[in-house]
Design a protein around this ligand. Structure first.
Ligand SMILES: NC(=O)C1=CN([C@@H]2O[C@H](COP(=O)(O)OP(=O)(O)OC[C@H]3O[C@@H](n4cnc5c(N)ncnc54)[C@H](OP(=O)(O)O)[C@@H]3O)[C@@H](O)[C@H]2O)C=CC1
Ligand SMILES: N[C@@H](CC=O)C(=O)O
Length: 376
């Protein structure tokens, strides 16, 4: 049986679903001759690790306990008294995470998973890759920070997977990578890349207020931890940047023109998430409703669209015909149209659920299994 040691950074909605998928797929994976050995789980402040990461794993009972604790909003450090594991807090957690990467990277191999929504993980990811670990990301931030960080992460492409960063579980990165490696030049990518904004736009068409549908999108697990990351267009811009960089474009976030659905005075530095969701966003209901009605009178609907062409990435609201592929999108579905030499007149189209804890976690799990040949 091939054993793949796994260290999970981030145990929120997606991370917990991933742990549940790992446990529920035990017999499927055994049939495939693979066993995922979870040796550590981190949240923002702590690391829970097995007593001896070389030989022992966090057993399934403990993983369920981890999920339970985090689902109640408690910190991982609460697990301290449970036994069967070691708990490290604060700077010690960071040091120990790196230590595990050092110990396992070159010996048994280690899959380091970034399922956080943090900018801070990039340093440990770069170190992990250098130490011979594999890295799987659902977190877009490390791949959209500086080109210097990006280059360091992309230096060992076989050791990095990040399917869930664009389109959640949809095979967008895999499809694009295949097109690129076959030498088929990609001219243009057009897409609706946000599950949240797709859901919001299609619910607005049914006459529901923006404030109500954004709160619903958060409850359904579509939004980023701060839904303003979605509503500002930043999350879509990150996805656009990831695709553009995959195409070899040397661009940075500042070069992307981004249309936001809310004004600066409702931004993260100014009011809290709760204040935004309960008081701020209500003030935007009327103006967006009018915009939806205007589009409807032209036979159109609103969609938040990303267009990548040449070295340009543009993201913003567009009026599109109700009968177009973009206009027909419903709920949290994403659509990505890839135009290349081989897909010139009729693009390659990838469409389906583009957000949600379940599908995102499934995308991460498939990435880990896809890397099994890199483990001894
Ligand atoms: N939901 C979706 O549909 C999709 C999500 N994604 C991406 O998945 C990621 C996770 O999303 P989601 O689960 O909803 O987010 P949550 O906010 O629910 O969870 C984030 C987790 O990361 C932990 N965390 C924060 N900082 C660090 C750190 N420095 N090191 C380790 N862990 C840390 C948090 O800890 P604590 O609990 O202590 O705060 C929390 O457990 C995001 O990057 C998101 O963009 C990608 C595609 C689709
Ligand atoms: N918040 C994101 C989640 C997936 O990346 C979205 O709504 O698409």
């Amino acid at each position: 049986m091939k054993k793949i040691p796994v260290l999970l950074m981030g145990c929120g909605g997606v991370g917990r679903h991933l742990l549940q998928h790992i446990v529920s797929c035990r017999s499927l994976h055994a049939d495939m001759g693979v066993h995922l050995r979870v040796v550590g789980v981190c949240d923002s402040k702590s690391l829970v690790a097995s007593m001896d990461v070389l030989k022992e794993e966090l057993n399934d009972e403990l993983l369920s306990e981890v999920c339970h604790i985090k689902s109640t909003g408690s910190p991982l450090s609460n697990l301290g008294a449970s036994g069967g594991c070691q708990v490290f807090n604060g700077s010690e957690a960071k040091r120990e995470t790196e230590e595990i990467a050092k110990r396992l990277g070159k010996s048994t191999g280690l899959a380091v998973l970034d399922i956080s929504a943090s900018m801070e993980t990039v340093e440990i990811l770069v170190k992990a890759v250098d130490l011979g670990c594999c890295v799987v990301l659902a977190n877009k931030k490390p791949l959209t920070s500086s080109l210097e960080h990006y280059d360091k992460l992309a230096l060992h492409p076989r050791f990095i997977r990040h399917e869930s960063t664009v389109g959640a579980g949809l095979p967008v990165i895999a499809s694009l990578s295949r097109i690129i490696s076959s030498g088929d030049p990609v001219h243009r990518i057009v897409g609706s890349l946000s599950g949240t904004l797709g859901y919001v736009m299609s619910e607005l068409e049914d006459g529901k207020p923006l404030s109500q549908v954004v709160r619903a999108a958060k409850t359904l697990g579509y939004t980023e931890p701060d839904p303003r990351d979605d509503l500002s267009g930043m999350d879509v811009a990150r996805k656009g940047l990831i695709l553009a960089r995959l195409l070899g474009k040397r661009i940075v976030m500042d070069s992307i023109k981004i249309e936001s659905l809310y004004p600066e005075e409702m931004g993260p530095g100014v009011i809290s998430v709760d204040d935004f969701l309960h008081n701020g966003i209500v003030k935007l209901d009327q103006s967006i409703e009018e915009r939806v009605k205007r589009a409807s009178s032209n036979g159109c609907v609103l969609r938040y669209v990303c267009v990548i062409e040449g070295s340009s990435v543009q993201v913003g609201i567009r009026e599109v015909s109700k009968d177009s592929p973009l206009g027909r999108l419903k709920g949290s579905d994403n659509i990505v149209e890839i135009y290349s030499r081989c897909y010139k007149e009729q693009p390659l189209v990838i469409q389906g659920a583009g957000a949600g804890n379940d599908t995102t976690a499934a995308g991460v799990l498939a990435d880990i299994i896809d890397m099994q040949d890199l483990f001894p």
